[in-house]
Design a protein around this ligand. Sequence first.
Ligand SMILES: C[S@@+](CC[C@H](N)C(=O)[O-])C[C@H]1O[C@@H](n2cnc3c(N)ncnc32)[C@H](O)[C@@H]1O
Length: 274
Amino acid sequence: MAASAKTLTIADRTLNGGWTVVLPRRGRRKHLPRIRSLEQQPWAPSDLETDPIRKSKLLHKMQICMNKIESSSFYHTLMDQIQTPEILGHFYRVLDSESKMQMVIYGIGSIESYETPRLQLSLAILLKKKFCWIGDIEVFDPILSATESQVLEALGCSVISVNEQGQRRAQKPTLFFMPHCEAELYDNLLRANWGVELLNRVVLFGNSFETYEQHVSEFKNSVVVDSARHVLGIRRFTKEFRIKTVSDDYFGAFHDSSWHFFCPVLETELQQYI
Ligand SMILES: C[S@@+](CC[C@H](N)C(=O)[O-])C[C@H]1O[C@@H](n2cnc3c(N)ncnc32)[C@H](O)[C@@H]1O
């Protein structure tokens, strides 16, 4: 995972199971934009040309990836977990009287350059295929190329043409699929939805908030405290369920990822914790 040198973005597990701050790995990733401005700007891929050969190669890779996941014990374990009465109950509570929960994917990364984003996108698409109550999928990452955007459309997703800075308000039930995003992006999302009704319409798949909290209490990391005030503040109103990566094949893409459901009851309680 890539991160800014100054900001802890995600915690990464070392081989001995400890936590480390992830620093940029020179040459391994495209430049990752920092989330500074909260202004929402129209967006289009910076490369305007698409290449049909690259597009068909990428579509083929995505198909292989989806097949691989669908037949894995990682996927079956995850499906079993989602269908436990407790987790399914939370999904249905968020759905309330609606029949569909839209999915918004932020921060997927470059699906052409790396397998990790391909695995993450494959899982999102398979979730929609499996559960009839998952609705349309919208995707945004400022690093998406024109070819990647076309492939996403070919896979049935729509690419958002505005950089929302993670601030979509859940006017209807929404599953935010944000695998291994920066803490600031989760924080932007929570801040934009900081109200009882809105938070109760959000499901968030992303880095474990429990881990962020542990990191803060163990290392007194003030950078995390500053960039993740809402992430830390929402903890007491959160039901979190960690997912199991099951095998090394899925560790890189899904380690320390959780389902998060938010159940605040009173506005006054919420206001106390930010
Ligand atoms: C740490 S990377 C994770 C990428 C990928 N999910 C992975 O696990 O390898 C965070 C991603 O968030 C994206 N990002 C940055 N600002 C964003 C924004 N405003 N909206 C959506 N994604 C954003 C970055 O471009 C980057 O691809």
